[in-house]
Write a protein of this length. Sequence first.
Length: 157
Amino acid sequence: MFGLVPKKRAQDVAVRQDEGNPLIQFRREFDDLWNRFWGDWSHGLQSAGDGGWPNLSSNIEDQEKQFVLRAELPGFDPDEIDVQISGNLLTVRAEHKAEEKQGEGQRYQYGRFQETFTLPQGVLSDQIDARYHSGVLEVHLPKSEEAKAKRIAVKSG
C-alpha cells in the first residue's frame, strides 16, 4: 500500500516587546496573565512562553488517482508558504513575521513550521498542484498509471 510518511517536523515561535516605560511593562504582565488564562491565538500562533505552536494537523488521503495532503496552517499568507520537492521528498515550510506598534512600544511575532514527507514511487512530480485557502494548504499529488491500485481477481481451486 502506498503512503506518504511524515519525515521531519520543526516548529518554533518567538515574541519580543521593546521595553519602554512602566506602563508598557504592566501591560505586558497583564497580557501574559490574560493569555495564560484564555490562551493567545493571534495570527494562529501562541506566545513563546506557552510552549510554541498549537498542534497543527496534517492529513494524507490516498485517492484512486492521486494523494491529497491537507495541512492546517492558520495565520499564514500564501506567500509565506513554500512547498518543494527534491527526489522523493516533499517539504512544506511556512514562516510568519509580524511587527506592530503598541502604544510607545512594539510587538514582534515570529513563527515557523516545517514538515517533510517521503513520497512513494509513482507520483508525477511535474504535475503536483498546491493551493491555500482559509488556513488550509492542500497539495494534490497525481499518481502514475503504475502506482494506481488495481483489483486482482481471486479464483477458487
